[in-house]
Design a binder for this molecule. Structure first.
Ligand code: AMP
Length: 283
């Protein structure tokens, strides 16, 4: 690799944990849900699921340290769905996410996991989208609401969303919501839910303000921490500095140099995703 264009500034490795694989059938889930999980290819619980599900299914509050890709969505979606009353179209579960993208992913996963019972309605409420259709959707009732704090607060202000019957609140990627300055919105929103609710908080990191948030919103939570699912030496992180105009060329060089069997490229905007994929296809 030509180090004139790309500058390698260091490498470090991550922490380790063991995965404990366990059958979903040890959980108090209906047979139809077990069949649904099987049909989705979920044959064993992931580490975070094995640790979190027994606690969350028992109704306790929980702080889960887990990253995207760990299976954390099912760790909160299964207990939330198990408690729903499908005949009551009032909102019974609320999932707060930092971004529109995450809210969309979470809602899709909840819908997949809800397939075992009929008529479960999951509504996504995020900014950047027209509020009118969201209001229309809410008028027909929504068992589960997934959204970003800003837009959910807008609905509360307009009185188009009623959280008075919510029995489970999930704070997903809570550290990112704090970073994005959502703490006051979250306070307002959670203040609209009953105090006798279950609150599940998931975060990749545990800065002191997450502990403060937990104290504010949770009751005697159990803390579960599942770190990286790989051996200590397996992840070698490298950081390259390059000029903006050299990014694409640098990426191609890096892929050529390391020749990975498969790779994931993360970009910051949809436009950059299009640019990068067009460039790589051309190569
Ligand atoms: P998440 O971390 O929730 O975004 O999940 C990451 C991916 O793992 C998603 O594509 C899930 O559908 C999938 N997944 C979650 N739990 C399991 C499981 N127990 N077995 C197989 N795949 C799973």
């Amino acid at each position: 690799m030509d180090s004139g264009e790309l500058c390698y500034t260091g490498a470090f490795s991550r922490q380790v944990t063991h995965v404990t694989d366990t059958a979903f059938s040890i959980l108090p889930l209906p047979a139809a849900q077990l069949d649904n999980l099987d049909s989705l290819g979920y044959h064993k619980m992931t580490a975070i699921q094995a640790a979190a599900l027994p606690v969350a299914m028992s109704g306790k509050d929980l702080i889960g340290q887990a990253m995207t890709g760990s299976g954390k969505t099912a760790a909160f979606a299964l207990p939330l769905l198990a408690r729903l009353n499908p005949r009551d179209f009032g909102t019974q579960a609320l999932v707060l996410c930092p971004t529109r993208e995450l809210a969309g992913q979470v809602a899709s996963e909840i819908r997949r996991l809800a397939r075992y019972q009929q008529n479960i309605k999951v509504v996504v409420l995020c900014g950047g989208q027209a509020i009118g259709p969201q209001i229309g959707s809410l008028e027909h009732g929504a068992h589960v609401v997934v959204g970003t704090p800003g837009r959910i607060k807008d609905h509360l202000r307009k009185q188009t969303l009623d959280l008075s019957r919510v029995n489970c609140v999930v704070l997903d990627e809570a550290d990112r919501m704090l970073e994005m300055g959502f703490v006051e919105d979250m306070e307002t929103i959670i203040g609209e839910t009953p105090t006798a609710r279950q609150t599940l908080l998931f975060s990749a990191t545990f800065p002191s303000d997450i502990a403060a948030m937990s104290t504010r919103f949770q009751q005697q939570p159990e803390r579960i921490s599942v770190a990286a699912l790989v051996q200590d030496e397996q992840i070698d992180q490298r950081f390259f500095i390059c000029q903006p105009q050299d990014r694409l060329g640098g990426l191609a060089k890096m892929l050529g140099h390391y020749a990975p069997e498969s790779a994931v490229v993360f970009c910051n905007t949809k436009q950059v995703v299009r640019e990068v994929s067009a460039f790589l296809q051309q190569q």
